[in-house]
Design a protein around this ligand. Structure first.
Ligand code: SAM
Length: 236
């Protein structure tokens, strides 16, 4: 069992469990004193821990030894326009599994979901990291307007702007300069990008417009396809 904890990890470090964690480990997973679990907190790598106290709604773990150092993913941000709830959850989960460092929901002109539950999406990212063996949990941002994000864009970050209107093939991306610059991928909403958004995105000095092939992909498919391409290109 792998558990994300918000607590420093180190040899002999004892860690009190909150009610939910105790219920999950001892009620649901039927662990008891003497069992072992794997812990990670996003900064200290992964640690093996002993269950030193197990009660119905409380318990104590003691981290024993580090099993994996912190493995920071390459510095990729995934920007996506939220779509239907279940599919937005899916995008966040896949982005976390595929090593995005930050997941940023952006509001574009044709985005139809005005609201997201940032705390729920962050919990999906944690669960994905627990499941995939990651030692890092990507930060899920609050929903923000794409234009505002671009107004404050960090100048060293390249932007892979995925556009189904772009004819060509995805390999062009792989050939794009993959210096060790940090990257971002942008996936639009169901209604695609507006003409003025396209115009602005094309004009950005740091953007690379990318086709993900001749068919129109759903935004969640496009997110996974683009991250796969980016990983291939980086040899991550
Ligand atoms: N505008 C189209 C529509 O309304 O059906 C499709 C939008 S598509 C569902 C959502 C996003 O996925 C697009 O904005 C783009 O970022 C990405 N996407 C989908 N297919 C793509 C492709 N073949 N190449 C590049 N990006 C694609």
């Amino acid at each position: 069992i792998r558990l994300y904890v918000e607590h420093p990890l180190g040899a002999g470090q004892s860690l009190p469990l909150d009610r939910d964690q105790a219920h999950y480990l001892f009620g649901v997973m039927r662990l008891s004193a003497g069992s072992q679990v794997l812990l990670f907190n996003g900064t200290d790598g992964e640690w093996l821990a002993d269950v030193t106290e197990a009660k119905k709604r409380a318990g104590v773990l003691t981290s024993v030894e580090q099993t994996k150092p912190l493995q920071m993913p390459p510095d990729l941000w995934l920007l996506f326009a939220p779509i239907k709830k279940a599919r937005t959850d899916f995008i966040v989960e896949k982005a976390a599994e595929m090593g995005a460092a930050k997941i940023l929901p952006v509001q574009t002109e044709f985005t139809n979901s005005e609201r997201i539950r940032q705390d729920r999406l962050q919990a999906h990212a944690v669960e994905a990291a627990e499941q995939c063996g990651g030692t890092y949990v990507p930060e899920v941002g609050e929903l923000q307007k794409l234009g505002r994000l671009l107004d404050h864009w960090p100048e060293d970050r390249q932007l892979m702007f995925c556009d189904e209107a772009e004819v060509g093939n995805a390999l062009a991306l792989a050939a794009a300069d993959k210096s060790d610059a940090p990257w971002a991928i942008l996936i639009g909403p169901e209604g695609g990008f507006s003409p003025s958004e396209r115009k602005r995105l094309h004009a950005l000095p740091y953007s690379h417009v990318v086709s993900l092939g001749p068919r129109i992909l759903r935004a969640d498919t496009a997110a996974v396809a683009a991250m796969t391409l980016w990983q291939q290109a980086l040899g991550d």
